[in-house]
Design a protein around this ligand. Sequence first.
Ligand code: DNO
Length: 348
Amino acid sequence: MKMTFRWFGKDDPVTLQNIRQIPGIYGIVTALYDVPVGEAWPMESIIRLKETIEAAGLRIAVIESVPVHEDIKLGRPSRDRLIENYSQTIRRLGEAGVPVICYNFMPVFDWTRSQLAYTLPDGSTTLTFEDETISRMDPVNGDLSLPGWDQSYTKEEMGQLIDAYAEVTEDVLWSNLAYFLERVIPVAEEAGVVMSIHPDDPPWPIFGLPRIVSNFSQLKRLTEHVDSPANGITFCSGSLGANEDNDLTAIIRHFGSQGKLHFAHTRNILRTGPRSFQESSHRSSDGSIDMVRILEALHETGFVGPLRPDHGRMIWGEQGRPGYGLYDRALGATYLNGIWEAISKTRS
Ligand code: DNO
């Protein structure tokens, strides 16, 4: 396992120097944030990013994400040109030595929460998801705040996109994903990069939009559709773990033993009711997920890929990007490194 840390580029209040001082950090998980979705990433910008990170004594371990344009998910005629641009980005990232690309196939919304700063009893704040609140929200006319990810469209465009998905059933979305994979996976193979799909967060449909990457059988179906080590998954304990029917260690063992688990997000959540959860600290006893079991399963499958702590609470008065402050994620990295060291020394 290689411990990594997400960095949102030069505008991130968390600096590369901050990250380098966290014990045991191997590399950075990052992206280019100024390229419009759908365009090929310029080689010079990729090289500049790489040099910036290497100058800080670190390396790019994963690109998270190269976003998939909505027209590809919708299966619109422009998808062929957009997939060609995507393929160009894959080739360039391969050329720059990037080993893993993380992406998702969630219509319109990437990760979504009902509250971004819910106050816990200890005074820290955290992200929460409550189904009841979400189902009352109107994403276009209401005050839904969208965390972390690129807000590249206006509310009006969002409304039009949501309407466009009225025709897109799960089956249609699935065939659009299949179409995408059939074209980009051979490119990734040739470029020496692995594609690593991130599961839906949360792992169920929201706002009436279909979601098809939420459980074991869906992950299995998509990885088998183009059966290649380059067509793998990002295991995310917090996303998949929000549904208690997902057997997390079975998922790790299955994809890990096939060499298709390329990246791990290991965070904890506390399930608070049906389709509802709070993000807790990484510590097992603060949430519903047993981190020791997760890391043991990864260790057993011989996982050597990148892993990162994921969303942290806001603690010690830190202000910043929801879920992506420095302190609680750094505690998470240290905790996870400690568990890994203990497992490594007690088993071999
Ligand atoms: C949330 C992240 C996601 C993830 C994308 C991958 O914090 O895990 O935004 O980066 O879904 O494409």
